[in-house]
Design a protein around this ligand. Structure first.
Ligand code: COA
Length: 553
């Protein structure tokens, strides 16, 4: 079928839909919903059998839905209507939630239902639920709807209820009354966007990245400690860590680590342990290194600390190290927000990429252990190539990879990708990867040689299977031979061309991106971190506009 995806942006859910529909042989093209005229033109050019709207911020123009079937993905169960479905579900503590695929009609979210799916709710941020449970349910429901198109049955839900837009007042924290669970629920219902508006040390700020703070307490609302970029605020029955803040006032304030936003204002607040973005554990000869950095972004300091933790892990008496990333993202490369906020973004970009390269080199040159990159969540740009530094790359079935840098203002990229990619994929497929700008699902990633294995199931199931695999590897009588072969291969590669040469060549190109005449990278980064809306759909996505591009399946 020819399918036009009409969407506000190419976000995680849209990327998954694109990957899954393309993999089933559908001819998928994409248009960003910029205005009525552009959307109408896209339909005229694409002549789709079906329009799918996974993520819209406004209604589909009647001239489109009157002529063809438009399926809207609503992140709520059958009957639920309104623009803040997930926010309400989290805030009101729903036990079960769902996704409904309904046909666009005059009244918003009130058209006939084509398919729906439900899932148990988890205590997590809105964006984490959206990227995992909602995305899984949406794929299931959309695929069912597409399968039964054009003659499938549809039905009106027994009853519908409208939930209005969410306001900051509705979820404002009352520090003198709200217990820890309530504070967490309120913040998570607004995380990643727009953030929960509150006041910190007398200044209005949006709060993000909240976690319970075990064993800490104090005067409710007060900032009582800081650790690893986060601040700790007391509640009536304990305390919460808040990892990220965004100022309300000022020119284009960015979401940043809390201690970076507050700076000197925290001088009297004590440092204290308890908020760990890096965690190491060991079982059955395997070391597991977790690094659930917020949004998968890795600043200079985080890369350096992760490298130290990794080096410490290599000194342990283990046979395997599993690099676990976080449950939502494995890594999205260098930290573009921290870079944007720096006095010299060019200098900070440089420092960040050098720290990232140092981490990669440590992994590539590890001789004492076999390494596994275990991708529970998505990876993008440098984060994908960081994963390729490991000896084995294993991904969860629902993972989407963006193995390219070009989208960020034609960034050349580093992370030893010029060594790692051809080494894994061969030169032909490496060329294919570098030419594309599209997301890839796990099947395509395996075909391209980016990953070795993919495993289905939930995050918990994935973890269990990774542990099983890593444990078996560590216990394998053939392990010493495997390690010897790894060392032999590295030595041969080094003799053919030293790692340092790859690094210097990549950094020479990056220097031009950071300090050269062409400002594309700085412009793209500014637009990305400030979420500047796109004014047109890139031609590699809007295939109906004439670009000839291979669809990633
Ligand atoms: N630095 C800082 N923040 C980042 C980031 C990075 N490298 N990558 C992603 N984020 C943030 C986004 O700004 C967004 O923030 P929000 O919570 O305020 O909304 C959040 O992570 C989720 O990203 P989003 O783009 O909404 O997720 P997605 O799943 O739709 O798209 C990517 C994933 C990887 C395609 C996209 O995030 C991206 O292009 N990231 C930049 C990658 C990059 O160029 N890195 C630098 C070169 S190594």
């Amino acid at each position: 079928m020819r399918i036009l995806i009409l969407t506000h942006s190419f976000n995680s859910l849209t990327q998954r839909l694109f990957v899954e529909l393309s993999a089933r042989g559908h001819d998928v093209t994409i248009e960003f919903d910029i205005n009525d005229a552009v959307a109408l033109e896209a339909v005229r050019l694409a002549q789709p059998d079906l329009v799918i709207a996974p993520f819209l911020k406004r209604a589909i123009p009647p001239a489109i839905w009157r002529e063809r079937v438009c399926l809207v993905v609503h992140p709520g169960p059958e009957g639920d209507r309104g623009p803040a479905a997930l926010d309400w579900a989290i805030l009101e503590g729903a036990r079960e939630w769902g996704v409904t695929v309904l046909q666009a009609e005059e009244e918003m979210d009130a058209g006939p239902v084509w398919a729906s799916a439900t899932f148990p709710m988890r205590e997590a941020t809105k964006s984490s639920l959206y990227r995992n449970e909602v995305a899984d349910a949406a794929i299931e429901a959309v695929l069912r709807a597409v399968e039964k198109f054009p003659n499938g049955e549809r039905h009106k839900p027994a009853q519908t209820y409208w939930k209005p837009a969410m306001t900051q007042q509705r979820r404002a924290i009352d520090w003198s009354r709200d217990d820890t669970a309530t504070v967490l629920r309120k913040i998570r219902s607004a995380d990643g966007n727009p953030g929960l508006l509150d006041s910190v040390l007398g200044e209005p700020m949006y709060l993000y990245d909240a976690h319970p703070a075990a064993g800490l307490s104090g005067e409710p609302g007060r900032v009582i400690a800081r650790c690893d970029g986060a601040i700790c605020r007391a509640t009536v029955d304990g305390a919460v860590w808040i990892g990220h803040l965004r100022r309300k006032l000022g020119e284009r304030p960015l979401k940043l680590p809390a201690t970076m936003v507050l700076g000197d204002a925290l001088r009297d607040v004590p440092e204290c342990a308890g908020f760990n973005t890096i965690r190491y554990e060991e079982r059955n000869g395997v070391g597991y290194l977790h690094f659930p950095f917020y949004n998968g972004a890795m600043s200079t300091a985080q890369c350096e600390r992760l490298r130290e933790a990794y080096v410490a892990a290599t000194r342990r008496d283990t046979r395997v190290i599993a690099l676990m990333g976080g449950p939502d993202f494995w890594s999205n490369g260098i930290h573009l927000n921290v870079i944007e906020a720096a006095e010299s973004p060019a200098d900070e970009s440089w420092r960040n990429i050098v720290a990232m390269d140092d981490l990669c080199r440590e992994i590539i040159t590890t001789e004492s252990q076999f390494t596994i990159a275990a991708l529970h969540g998505n990876a993008g740009a440098g984060g994908v190539f960081l994963a390729l530094a490991a000896d084995r790359v294993v991904a969860r079935d629902s993972v989407v990879l963006n193995p390219h840098y070009k989208g960020m203002g034609n960034l050349y990229g580093s992370e030893y990708w010029t060594y790692l990619l051809p080494r894994r994929a061969g030169s032909e497929k490496a060329h294919e990867v570098t030419q594309a700008r599209l997301p890839v699902g796990v099947r395509e990633a395996r075909r391209l040689g980016l990953i070795d294995e993919h495993i289905g199931g939930s995050v918990t199931e994935f973890r269990r299977r990774v542990e099983e695999f890593a444990g078996q590897l560590a216990a394998n009588p053939g392990f010493p031979a495997l390690l010897a072969e790894k060392r032999r291969r590295r030595a041969a590669d080094e003799a053919a061309k030293p790692l340092e040469s790859y690094r210097q060549e990549e950094l020479a190109r990056l220097k031009l991106n950071f300090y050269g005449f062409d400002p594309s990278y700085h412009v793209a980064r500014y637009n990305f971190v400030n979420k500047v809306p796109k004014s047109r759909t890139p031609l590699y996505l809007a295939r109906h506009r004439g670009a000839v591009h291979k669809v990633a399946a």
